[in-house]
Design a protein around this ligand. Structure first.
Ligand SMILES: Cc1ncc(COP(=O)(O)O)c(C=O)c1O
Length: 701
């Protein structure tokens, strides 16, 4: 997820202190994972705690000006010292506010602006002598606040700038309000923040004006809650309980349709995750009260209601069948037990790299490659490879439109832009004929994926890379052991990666590998994978470069070391399984298994069935087979269709992806685990053939 940036201007003031405190004390929680927070202040306030964390930054205004983009600006800067307010200078404050606003708007037109109109907006002219806190002109102070709010509203209208005014109150005086948050106030607050620009908070249960203050503590907590929910593309369903239709089912439906995680808020103040709840609202109330902060409320609701019948039955209790035939599964021999036990028992201290050495030697020898770096995952290895190739900002990287998100995320992690190319329907691999059209001056690399273990047309693509002098990265995450002519996939481009995630042909639960014949790429990747410390560094802990940590543990390496010893056997077994599917499955030009390109020897990681019928949607066959104790997986969706892209500022190319658009829901991965027996494969084939016949899917398209 792309990190959202929040600036808190005026962070050394009273309320600023609360923000600093909350972000600091929230170090392990969700919000810090996806935010970069800039506390901006003229003063260096020592009162507040300042923990060191990579996402919390403390800046002065000079450095603040260097920030290029912001998602939220929380403006606390206009009331730093209320004692200053007099009839002659209060005007200065809102003039300054207006100037500030204009320049902020100019620089950050897309940011959301939260203005805290804190303080005694309803204040009176009287001074209180008994308490020195009141020794300032409250009247001018509150006048200034009111004027500022008016200016902000006008400004908001004039520029269509999203400004949220939060009228919280501070805690001066004898009426300290360190009480619990009133649930009504919180509900109202969240609801208003999602639907309107102006939020006013009054506590209706308190009669006296001063008692209606919501103390900063609570205010800040709630602001963070809203920011958190909005950032994560969560939807808030704001409704009561005790109604007729299962909210759980409805929430699930909306979650499925919108791809958003859903929180459900009961009439009390607590917010629950949808997986844990079972409250009952009705549909009329749902329509009335759901407050999506996105504008597409109506559209989403239409879909919810149209799909209701189907979805409700779909989410009826599904009990997992006994003896479910799984899609994948590892081969565990005595070797795994032997080497993992050895690693657990002996590979510590000075032997901590024992299996790193063994595994890298084994990989280099087996796959005839010069360099190998064991990593925590293939995703990490992809990221590492791009970093080591020097791909970064202003670069474009070409990718297939159908594959796993890992490739696109690796590209955005280095700051480059992904450019998607259509796939071939026969192999689901990138279509080499459509690549050159998408090459621009900014193209720095192509990532090819050998989908489900079947080689892409690597030689053609290699030629294109040479012609345009761009790098070639092979995502061979699923293609360990597959070959093109006499070369292993992953070893042909500038670099390649393998995955050892749980479903892969060789596995240690999680894990990956970066391989290359290029010494420069290897050296750089190795340094980055170890915090930026060079392997030749003489000084202990001495970090010379920007790095990450993408290492694989010795335990995992011992497991992979053992698994690779069985690779030839696994490949033979996979070939037999594939031939059985080929023999027993209905087969014509519209219904086929993904096959190898010429000269390729695939590992047959998955047996992928494509049914090229317009009517067909893989969901139906997945459900049918599941009811018959057969577990399958859909093929990957199109990467371009994920809701996450809305968090990026660049425009995604979606043109000329017609094959991908047609094919993405036409395929399923059949059970392909190495332990599958012939009888089970024949049973699966019979079921699939029956499904195809009974649904008349064999007609030509
Ligand atoms: C094509 C492809 N690339 C990358 C990955 C990511 O691998 P890992 O889970 O090891 O990060 C996968 C995982 O399934 C994959 O299928």
């Amino acid at each position: 997820m792309i990190k959202k940036k929040i600036a808190i201007l005026g962070s050394s003031g009273n309320l600023g202190g609360y923000f600093v405190h909350f972000f600091n004390s929230d170090l392990n929680s969700q919000i810090n994972k996806f935010t970069d927070v800039y506390f901006v202040s003229r003063k260096n306030n020592n009162k507040t705690e300042k923990k060191n964390s990579t996402n919390l930054h403390y800046l002065n205004y000079k450095n603040f000006k260097k920030i290029k983009s912001l998602d939220y600006i929380i403006y606390l800067a206009s009331s730093s010292n209320s004692k200053k307010y007099t009839s002659s200078n209060y005007k200065y404050y809102y003039i300054k506010l207006k100037q500030d606003l204009k320049s902020l708007y100019k620089k950050f037109p897309k940011s959301k602006f939260l203005y805290f109109s804190s303080g005694a907006v309803y204040g009176d002219k009287k001074k209180t002598n008994s308490n020195k806190i009141y020794n300032f002109s409250k009247y001018y102070y509150s006048l200034n606040k009111k004027m500022s709010e008016i200016h902000l509203k006008n400004f908001s209208k004039q520029y269509s700038y999203k400004i949220i005014i939060l009228r919280g109150y501070s805690f001066f005086g004898p009426f300290l309000l360190n009480k619990h948050i009133n649930s009504f106030v919180v509900n109202n607050f969240i609801k208003q923040s999602l639907t309107t620009n102006i939020i006013k908070i009054d506590n209706p249960n308190c009669k006296k004006i001063y008692r209606s203050f919501l103390c900063y503590d609570d205010l800040v907590k709630n602001v963070l809650e809203i920011i958190k929910l909005k950032f994560q593309n969560y939807l808030i369903l704001n409704m009561g309980s005790d109604q007729k239709i299962s909210l759980y089912n409805l929430a699930k439906k909306i979650q499925k349709i919108t791809g958003s995680k859903i929180y459900i808020k009961q009439s009390k103040s607590k917010i629950y995750e949808s997986d844990e709840i079972s409250y009952y609202p009705n549909l009329r109330l749902l329509k009335k009260y759901i407050n999506f902060h996105q504008n597409n409320l109506d559209k989403s609701l239409e879909k919810v209601i149209n799909l209701e019948k189907f979805e409700l039955s779909h989410y009826k209790k599904v009990t997992k069948p006994k003896n479910l035939v799984l899609t994948s599964g590892p081969l565990i021999t005595d070797n795994e037990k032997k080497y993992v036990l050895d690693s657990v028992t002996n590979s510590w201290g000075k032997y901590k790299n024992k299996y790193n050495d063994k595994l890298t030697t084994q990989i280099k020898k087996k796959f005839k490659i010069k360099y190998a770096i064991p990593c925590s995952s293939a995703t990490g290895a992809l990221h590492l490879a791009l970093e080591a190739m020097g791909i970064g900002k202003n670069d474009e990287v070409i990718l297939p439109a159908i594959s796993w998100i890992a490739i696109a995320r690796a590209v955005t992690l280095v700051g480059a832009k992904p450019v998607f190319v259509d796939v071939c329907d026969k192999t689901l691999n990138i279509d080499p004929e459509k690549i050159e059209n998408k090459i621009s001056k900014k193209t720095a690399a192509i990532i090819v994926v050998h989908m489900y273990g079947y080689s892409c047309e690597i030689e053609k693509i290699l030629k294109i890379c040479k012609k345009y002098k761009i790098k070639l990265l092979e995502d061979s995450a699923p293609a360990l052991g597959s070959m093109n002519k006499n070369k292993y996939l992953g070893t042909i481009g500038d670099a390649g990666v393998y995955s050892f995630q749980g479903a892969k042909i060789v596995t240690s639960g999680e894990g990956g590998m970066l391989i290359t014949n290029n010494k420069k790429i290897y050296d750089k990747a190795l340094t980055i994978s170890n915090f930026g410390i060079k392997s030749t560094e003489m000084k202990y802990y001495w970090v010379r470069y920007n790095g990450l940590k993408y290492k694989m543990s010795n335990l995992q390496q011992s497991m992979i070391y053992a698994q690779l010893k069985s690779l030839n056997y696994i490949l033979e077994k996979k070939n037999i399984i594939h031939n059985l599917y080929k023999k027993y499955l209905f087969n014509n030009k519209n219904i086929y298994l993904i096959e190898n390109n010429k000269n390729c020897r695939p590992n047959h990681w998955m047996n992928t069935l494509i049914i090229k019928n317009k009517k067909f949607n893989n969901k139906t066959i997945i459900e049918y087979l599941y009811k018959n104790n057969i577990d399958t997986r859909p093929i990957f969706p199109m990467i371009t269709e994920y809701p996450m892209w809305k968090y990026y500022s660049f425009k995604l190319n979606k043109e000329n992806l017609n094959t991908s658009k047609f094919i993405f829901n036409k395929g399923i991965n059949l059970p392909s685990g190495v332990n599958l027996d012939k009888k089970t494969i024949i049973k699966i084939c019979n079921l699939v053939n029956k499904f195809i016949y009974s649904n008349k899917l064999y007609n030509s398209i």
